[in-house]
Design a protein around this ligand. Structure first.
Ligand code: CA
Length: 430
């Protein structure tokens, strides 16, 4: 496949073996540079490359790129162009940074302007997110939650195996990695309380998710098919969908989560394209019982991606403890099925929409993607390496998510998605 960058090529930029960002990755993000300007960027090893400067210098002149695609503070203009353009830019970048390309290597004038060290720049939110949808597509997660809150014998609701269940979230409070989040105040009522009470949530949780970022779907609202869905999927990020379980439990009937979910979500700064992940395709669980309706049917062969995921908790002043190791390959509904379902009714998909997978839990306890499941709603606290225990996330804990794919020749990663929980703000009646 011409759009997959040869795993053998090497860049003249130094890339360590454990780096998430070899020349085969070519992720896309938005950077605030030392001079305060913001523009789109990619990264090879620890070198961040200013795409706006490359564009000004005519490097993408054969890519059919719209003028000034990369000089803004989001990737949306790039996302709104076609998959052919996305691919053409990636292949141009891998070509000029290939160590065989002596030509660009010695263009020191351009290189000195466009290259910076990663530690000297600040990553900002890569996409101006229009709409945020969150699915609920891990069978293990849905089963665990259903067992805890309803009935272990009927953990999955009747619709779950027929519909990629999802809800419309809120995009205004999605942040890039590095964001500090205040513990939300809200209304809670445990089953034993007679009346609800108000105050800081006592059950703050992470949700280990991935999310895909879209291009423009058909503007007349025609459905996107499973088969064509990847023409409209730009790439993936890590997503920590912060959740307040006590608020959630009281508010979610009958319309689903509301304030328990929209106080903060956090994504990793680099969007990793599906082409970069192509060598890591993986089979999806089979869907025979029941078989989905025709518009959702898809062969399980290579319908998922093998992306290793982990979550660490780092209390203030202490070392990090890994509390979960999961994998994106466990998803029951693929991203293709999610997008086909989302658009089957005429819903318009726009460049820069973000669609979360839902919490990604694996089959055993060490692979659960939330503290709700890891500690079974707080009944089985876990021990951290500093000797303290956790049922949920405590104030000043840093939650770190990582994801990467690897085989013998290649490692493609997402970097980190980290977010610290701060104490709640004081609320007073005015
Ligand atoms: Ca979620």
């Amino acid at each position: 496949m011409a759009h997959v960058i040869d795993s053998k090529i090497e860049s003249f930029l130094k890339v360590s073996q454990q780096s998430d960002f070899p020349i085969q990755n070519i992720p896309f993000g938005v950077v605030k540079w030392i001079n305060g300007e913001e523009s789109c960027a990619t990264r090879i090893g620890d070198v961040v490359i200013n795409l706006s400067i490359l564009e000004e210098n005519g490097i993408f002149s054969d890519c059919n790129l719209k003028k000034n695609t990369f000089d803004g503070d989001s990737l949306n203009k790039f996302l709104s162009q076609t998959k052919q353009v996305w691919r053409s830019v990636r292949s141009t970048l891998s070509n000029i940074y290939d160590k065989k390309n002596i030509d660009f290597q010695y263009k020191t004038n351009i290189r000195s302007q466009c290259e910076s060290n990663f530690s000297d720049v600040k990553m900002i939110l890569p996409v101006s997110i229009g709409d945020y949808t969150d699915f609920y597509s891990s069978k293990e997660h849905a089963t665990n939650v259903g067992s805890m809150f309803r009935d272990p014998k009927n953990a999955l609701l009747a619709n779950w195996s027929h519909i990629p269940v999802g809800y419309h979230g809120r995009s205004s409070t999605i942040f890039v990695s590095g964001k500090q989040v205040n513990r939300p105040n809200g209304q809670k009522k445990s089953p034993n309380d007679e009346l609800p009470n108000f105050g800081p949530s006592k059950k703050i949780d992470f949700e280990l998710e991935m999310a895909f970022v879209t291009g423009n779907g058909p503007n007349n609202g025609d459905p996107i098919s499973v088969e064509n869905s990847e023409d409209f999927i730009f790439g993936l990020t890590l997503l920590n969908d912060w959740s307040a379980r006590d608020i959630q439990q009281w508010e979610y009937v009958p319309l689903g989560p509301f304030l328990s979910k929209n106080f903060a979500s956090c994504i990793s700064p680099w969007i990793i394209t599906l082409d970069a992940l192509e060598p890591f395709r993986s089979n999806r669980p089979s869907q025979d019982k029941p078989k989905p309706l025709p518009y959702l049917q898809q062969s399980p062969l290579n319908a998922n991606f093998n992306i290793k995921l982990e979550v660490g908790i780092k209390p203030q002043g202490s070392e990090e403890t890994i509390v979960s190791k999961s994998n994106f390959k466990h998803m029951y509904w693929s991203i293709n099925q999610q997008l086909a379902h989302h658009s089957i009714n005429g819903c318009i998909i726009r460049a820069g929409d973000l669609m979360g997978s839902g919490t990604i839990s694996g089959p055993n306890k060490g692979s659960y993607g939330s503290m709700l499941e890891i500690t079974w709603n707080g009944t089985e606290p876990i021990k951290l390496s500093n000797g303290t225990t956790r049922s949920f996330i405590e104030d000043n804990d840093l939650v770190i998510m990582r994801g990467y794919s690897e085989n013998k020749e290649l490692r493609i990663g997402f970097g980190e998605c980290e977010s610290k929980l701060l104490p709640s703000k004081t609320w007073k009646k005015k």
